[in-house]
Write a protein that binds this ligand. Structure first.
Ligand code: 2HA
Ligand code: ZN
Length: 274
């Protein structure tokens, strides 16, 4: 089968375009990676031609031998749907988890996303934490979440609680909460380590004054998670723009009742009295 005919490639392209249409990918902002299933690699590998090995910049031993579909560094999400073979690539990880090589795509040249260290370290953590189920890592420049990082304390418990309060579905969609890292230089190992540390506990990590990372099992769940968190942030921005306080809200006991009926467990650390 041709790479571009494969369902996982079509799903990846659609997600990139959906993210662009949301306004989360100005210029070359954001990046997306998918850990390809062995049977999906098998189905398309006749089209692979391997390029040279390149250092990842960090070590991901538990991803040795895995293949990823990734967006390209400096490439624009809005162009992915028009010309996927020039804007995305399939990469293979070496047997030690230290290097990658391009086996398909980026036909006009280029490298995988500048955030490859963060993506791969997140994949390592989520692969282990989900028994291999999580396959998608998504980074986007979500406007309202970024705005909130200028006015809310950069604490997991504050972001989680405020986002939960803005829409009843939120605690059901992200019951583990969200993590936050303070401003850091993007692209390197340091921010990758900080993000993957948060990913041990959460499926969502917020980068102050920059954007968000989400992890999930498939494209629908991961896009849906990003969309839900950002929608909640939008409501909070609107609410704060109307007046700084709330006349009424969802209370800690309301959350406990919701958790009971929807059979999710909501950590008490987020249900503090204000
Ligand atoms: O330009 O989003 O964080 C890609 C990015 C870097
Ligand atoms: Zn970014």
């Amino acid at each position: 089968m041709k790479v571009l005919d494969a369902e996982f490639v079509q799903g990846f392209i659609r997600m990139a375009n959906d993210g662009f249409l949301q306004g989360w990918h100005e210029r070359n902002g954001g990046n997306l990676t998918y850990r390809i299933k062995p049977e999906e690699v098998e189905a398309v590998k006749e089209e692979f031609t391997a390029k040279e090995w390149v250092s990842i910049g960090t070590t991901v031993p538990t991803l040795a031998g895995e293949y990823f579909l990734v967006t390209g560094s400096g490439k624009y999400f809005r162009n992915v749907i028009l010309n996927p073979a020039s804007n995305i690539a399939i990469i293979e990880i070496d047997s030690k988890g230290e290097q990658y090589r391009i086996v398909w795509g980026l036909v006009e040249g280029g490298r995988p996303t500048s955030e490859l260290p963060s993506h791969l370290m997140n994949h390592e953590v989520k692969k282990a934490a989900s028994n291999g189920k999580h396959r998608v890592i998504y980074h986007a420049h979500t406007t309202n979440i970024i705005a909130l990082t200028f006015v809310l304390p950069l604490e997991d418990r504050v972001f989680t609680r405020e986002l939960w309060e803005m829409a009843t579905e939120c605690p059901v969609v992200f019951p583990d909460g969200v993590g936050v890292v303070g401003w850091m230089v993007p692209g390197g190992r340091e921010i990758a380590v900080a993000t993957s540390e948060l990913m041990k506990k959460y499926d969502v990590a917020i980068w102050a004054h920059h954007g968000m990372f989400c992890s999930g099992e498939d494209f629908d769940l991961t896009f849906g998670l990003m969309h839900t968190v950002e929608k909640s942030a939008e409501i909070l921005v609107k609410m704060l723009s109307i007046r700084p306080d709330k006349l009424q809200t969802i209370t800690p006991q309301n959350f406990r009742d919701l958790a009971h009926d929807f059979k999710v467990s909501l950590p008490e650390e987020f249900l503090y009295e204000k």
